[in-house]
Design a protein around this ligand. Sequence first.
Ligand SMILES: [Fe+2]
Length: 294
Amino acid sequence: MLQNKGHMGLTPIFSSDSDKNFFYQDLVETNIMKEVFKSDRIKLKYDYKKFDFQKAVIKNLISLGIIKKKDFVEINNDLSRLHEILSDREKNLDEHELNGVTRKFYEFDDKLQMLYVNFLTNVISPIFPNKIFYQKNPTFRFSFPQNKDKFIKRYHSDIMLGHPPRELNIWINITDVFSTNSLRIMNLKKSLSLLKKCDMNFEIFAERVQYDELFQKELKKNSCSLEMSYGYFTIFDSRCFHCTQQNRTDRTRVSMDIRIIQDTDFELLKRKYIGTGRKRSKFVPGEYYARKKI
Ligand SMILES: [Fe+2]
């Protein structure tokens, strides 16, 4: 028996055969990206001067005591040089591939939360024909340059961690992203064909991601890094496999990932969705999603 690594052991477990059937029906029936955008992935622009996440993130880094204002001045107030003023302890990854700064940043102030809700209300929600439920607390991630030991990319889709298939992923880069400091993503067609190669079984997929070298090569060959400057964001079909990678650039990446679901899509789901992680998040309004749709 292979040792559990990456997302192995964290894929959905079904309570019955009908539960499993409903899951796969939801998985194949969803087509929101195609219907709304005619594509499984879309890059859009917003007014970053109005929704200045960079400024808000810097303020929070200072108020959380992660950096000092005077040190930040020394790197020309450049968030992509953040790694230059942090200790290794704050930058090193734990077993979940999270570093100390990303963990500490789970807490942020009301101003940043307000900016987030404003952005969703004024930029994201108007894109969709229906009202949306949104992830109550966004996740901010910091990826620092690191050249140390081999890092196995954790290709995954959020669905295989329990999220509902009708959900959409939104990825917002708060620094410019390029090459390995960015998100790696695969288009929908290829993602579904690789899942088929794993008998549509996410546990098999998670295992091959970690242990099957040929499969790893195929994943890499069929995916690409998003290239975007600050002021853009990407929305993608939640069935697209994606992962972060070992940042071999000399620039820190800061990004925010959020999930939304149209109210009409939420109503169409055929089963209850629960996160497979420690928190066992319930993907319902008032829990993982904010109670109020916008
Ligand atoms: Fe993800």
